[in-house]
Design a protein around this ligand. Structure first.
Ligand code: BJ8
Length: 424
């Protein structure tokens, strides 16, 4: 970290000692998984810096924004329309939930057989470990899976929580429900910020988020190159950082990184030899600092070239139509874009199967690793259909279920190595 932030963390009522422990573990983990890589792009230095300052400089920026009267909104799901928050002059941050550290606290109020992501965000709150959560004026939950839905009830006893109702199907009545929810959210954001949202402010916000999506789409396209010019670990990190970095700065920096990548692709340079097994990951989101599986895959003779996940292409694949002019038609464009999200919480969810197969072909993968967090039913059950769709397309799939602990690393490595061998 660039400086000492103890005073700021104390003001945020963090448990400074436990938090210092968290940062130490994070630093060590990052060093082992990220800094050990060979042939990284120069552009990754920015990401290293952002991560090293994740609870420092970025939190200071949020505090400065708050001092100027801005409001901070925290989210756990890509369904929450950031455009509404930005249009009201607010700041939206993704709350990560990828660490095991607060689990024992979380298990005091949640059943043990709850997915690690949910336990992580509840544990962060109860353990007073996350300066992002403590900086939020509103935490936006959503009715996606049952675990999250019920956990927000508990979370709301400790933080100001607002819950958006997400439809479970995609019929006209569901779209109507979602449109009403977007409008209800708009009103709540206006009330919290004290700012009225206009057609113009929405248009600017849409352009901003679309630009970030475009640069990430460009990054993903470049990974179709053989040899692949960037590691899966690095791209996962970029996707993770996209949720909490300043959107304008982030887009500019990733644009520069893509220029560098393009040069690499032109000169036929890669991070792994041409014949390295190309794998794609699909499934549950991997929040910071959940880097376990990509690290295992990339130390088992394969390289990750795509992530079909919310911290991956599900969050960047669809743009919002920028041609709408009136306030109502702009809201419709936002509603339609978010209704395209193919989360396993929907039924039926056949678009996801098509998207996975298309992506696997575009990225020329030899196999897919389906990633499910233990106790996540939507993704575990859908994994069977994903495997069937991939099998019909001649692409093998390995289904992994795990959590944030390191106990199963060796066992997972053995399974991944056998899968990589099989895809040859
Ligand atoms: S749109 S994937 S971000 S809900 S892993 S908490 S589903 S039990 S995270 Fe998600 Fe929104 Fe869907 Fe994406 Fe529940 Fe499963 Fe846990 Fe999950």
């Amino acid at each position: 970290m660039a400086g000492s932030y103890d005073e700021m963390w104390e003001k945020l009522n963090l448990d400074v000692e436990a938090h210092t422990g968290l940062l130490e573990v994070l630093g060590k983990f990052y060093g082992d998984i990220y800094m050990s890589q060979q042939g990284r792009l120069r552009g990754m230095e920015y990401l290293d810096f952002v991560l090293s300052e994740v609870h420092g400089l970025r939190i200071k920026e949020l505090q400065d924004a708050k001092a100027q009267g801005k409001k901070v909104f925290g989210t756990f799901c890509v369904f929450v329309p950031e455009e509404i928050v930005l249009a009201a002059g607010g700041v939206q941050v993704g709350l990560c939930a990828g660490a095991e550290i607060g689990t024992s606290e979380a298990e005091k109020v949640l059943p043990r057989n709850t997915c690690a992501l949910i336990k992580s965000f509840v544990g962060f709150k109860l353990g007073r470990l996350c300066p992002f959560i403590e900086s939020c004026d509103m935490i936006v939950g959503e009715t996606t899976c049952d675990g999250k839905k019920k956990a927000y009830e508990i979370f709301s006893e400790y933080s100001p929580v607002y819950v958006m109702e997400i439809p479970q199907m995609k019929n006209p009545a569901d779209r109507e429900l979602w449109r009403n929810e977007v409008m209800r959210f708009k009103n709540a954001v206006e009330d919290t910020t004290g700012n009225k949202i206009s057609a113009e402010s929405l248009k600017d916000a849409i352009h901003l988020t679309n630009e970030r999506r475009r640069v990430l789409q460009r990054l993903n396209r470049l990974r179709a190159a053989v040899p692949v010019p960037i590691s899966g670990r690095d791209v996962l990190l970029i996707n993770q950082v996209s949720f909490y970095d300043d959107p304008v700065r982030f887009t500019a920096k990733i644009g520069e990184l893509c220029d560098e990548l393009e040069d690499r692709v032109k000169s036929g340079e890669g991070v792994a030899p041409k014949n390295t097994t190309r794998l794609m990951m699909s499934g549950c989101p991997m929040a910071v600092p959940n880097w376990k599986l990509p690290y295992i895959i990339e130390s088992s003779g394969a390289i990750v070239v795509g992530e079909e996940s919310c911290i991956g292409t599900r969050n960047t694949r669809d743009l919002i139509d920028e041609n709408a002019k009136t306030f109502d038609s702009i809201i419709d464009a936002i509603v339609d874009r978010y209704m395209k999200i193919d989360c396993a919480c929907f039924t039926p969810n056949t678009e996801r199967l098509d998207n996975i197969v298309r992506m696997a072909r575009d990225l020329k993968v030899q196999g897919v690793v389906h990633y499910g967090l233990s106790f996540c039913q939507p993704y575990a059950i859908e994994a069977f259909k994903v495997e069937r769709a991939l099998r019909s397309a001649g692409i093998p799939m390995l289904s992994i279920e795990t959590d944030y602990s390191m106990e199963d690393v060796e066992q997972l490595k053995t399974r991944v190595e056998a899968f990589v061998e099989m895809t040859k």
